[in-house]
Design a protein around this ligand. Structure first.
Ligand SMILES: Nc1ncnc2c1ncn2[C@@H]1O[C@H](COP(=O)(O)OP(=O)(O)O)[C@@H](O)[C@H]1O
Ligand SMILES: [Mg+2]
Length: 381
């Protein structure tokens, strides 16, 4: 029986007990969320640093499933400074998307809930704690203040509406400038040109299926830019595209970055993709941040064995090798996380302390932080 448990099998009785308990927990959260007359004062907050667009502060996002609690994001803190690009990297399943969905309040509810922590969003004249904001307030922010570029453009576009109408719908929904219909069309054409679509008048009238994958992703990017958002989340925006188109879209995003004053959260499993783009990099592993710093810190002085492994598994142009390095093993089961460093079982650089509890964050420089026992001699306490 004990063995079965450790392998993650549950009896029907056990599973029922878990789902009963989950319902109790999620009902509490949902009751709070669904209130309609929440005064703004409840979710008003202050940025710890006014130069940040977003501050994730000890964010915990859990999924209460019948198999147990998935700690998808378990104590994540990082800042997205205004006008800068932050790359968020890590293998699949590390909690990158769940972090950004928490910011958008687009978690799959009622299972998915933010259980602890704050997400402070800078609105210029004020700041909101997104984790406390009700649905009605979120609706005004989504697409307007924070927008998202998804991985698969076809799922973000509606197949039965023309491209122009879909972009105009975004403008209309958040029409704060009271644009006329002609103004909206002009703005849509302008957006299409901005994302490098030459035949913008033609594409305006087309349906999504008439466009190639790269063109569709450009349209989705145009939609994300439509309302001049303060923060753009790009979640693996090039993963579904082939390599040459991928390079074009990355070029486009790099160019846009200089033209607009938005902050970009660029989520990817591929370190190579953000090398030329990110100002800061956050490395996530199994729901936690293992290392964060400036792009220079991470690319030229990687400290965590996981980051070093990711760097080593990145192909380098012009360097001939027989076999590309891959980090051995896999990410631990998110329902039963070990009570020591989550990366220990895959780590090839363990030191003495590694048997101990999960390592705390060590400050290597003003910008560079790592959670690893190898740097405990630099720890100030
Ligand atoms: N709706 C959900 N229900 C249960 N578990 C989920 C759900 N969405 C994500 N997860 C789990 O949360 C963890 C983090 O997922 P995700 O943030 O999507 O990873 P990635 O870093 O690849 O974007 C994974 O273990 C995933 O299985
Ligand atoms: Mg993801």
């Amino acid at each position: 029986m004990a063995k079965k448990k450790s392998e993650g099998y549950l009896s029907a009785k056990e599973s029922r007990r878990i789902s009963r308990e989950n319902r109790k927990i999620t009902n509490e959260f949902e009751k709070k969320r669904k209130r309609t007359d929440v005064p703004e004062s409840e979710y008003l907050t202050e940025m710890h640093d006014p130069n940040n667009a977003v501050e994730f502060d000890n964010l915990h996002t859990y999924f209460f499933t019948d198999a147990g609690t998935v700690k998808a994001v378990d104590g994540v803190s990082y800042n997205v400074p205004i006008g800068k690009t932050v790359g968020v990297v890590g293998e699949s399943g590390c909690g990158k998307s769940v972090t950004s969905l928490s910011l958008m309040q687009l978690l799959q509810r009622p299972q998915g809930q933010i259980t602890e922590g704050a997400i402070r969003l800078n609105l210029g004249d004020k700041a909101y704690d997104v984790t406390k904001a009700p649905d009605s307030a979120m609706q005004k922010l989504r697409g307007n203040v924070v927008s998202m570029i998804f991985q698969e453009p076809m799922t973000a576009l509606n197949p039965v509406f023309r491209i122009g109408d879909q972009i105009e719908e975004v403008l209309e929904l958040h029409n704060t400038e009271n644009l006329s219909e002609a103004d909206m069309k002009a703005r849509t054409i302008e957006l299409l040109e901005m994302v490098g679509i030459a035949n913008s008048e033609g594409v305006y009238k087309m349906f999504p299926h008439e466009l190639s994958g790269g063109m569709r992703q450009r349209v989705v990017i145009a939609m994300a830019l439509a309302c001049n958002p303060r923060v753009i989340i790009a979640d693996e925006p090039t993963t579904a595209l082939d390599v040459t188109i991928q390079a074009q879209i990355l070029d486009l995003l790099r160019n846009l970055k200089d033209k607009i004053n938005s902050s970009i959260m660029f989520i990817t499993h591929d370190l190579g993709v953000i090398a030329e783009m990110a100002d800061y990099v956050v490395v996530m592993y199994a729901g936690r941040i293992v290392e964060k710093g400036t792009a220079d810190d991470i690319f030229h002085h990687p400290a965590h064995p996981y980051t070093i492994g990711l760097m080593a598994s990145k192909p380098v142009v012009g360097k001939k090798i027989d076999k590309l390095y891959s980090i051995p093993g896999k990410v631990p089961n998110p329902i039963n996380m070990p009570n020591y460093c989550y990366f220990k079982d895959r780590c090839e650089m363990c030191v003495e302390g590694c048997d101990g509890a999960y390592p705390c964050e060590v400050k290597l420089s003003e910008t560079h932080y790592v959670s690893c026992y190898r740097y405990y001699d630099k720890k100030e306490d």
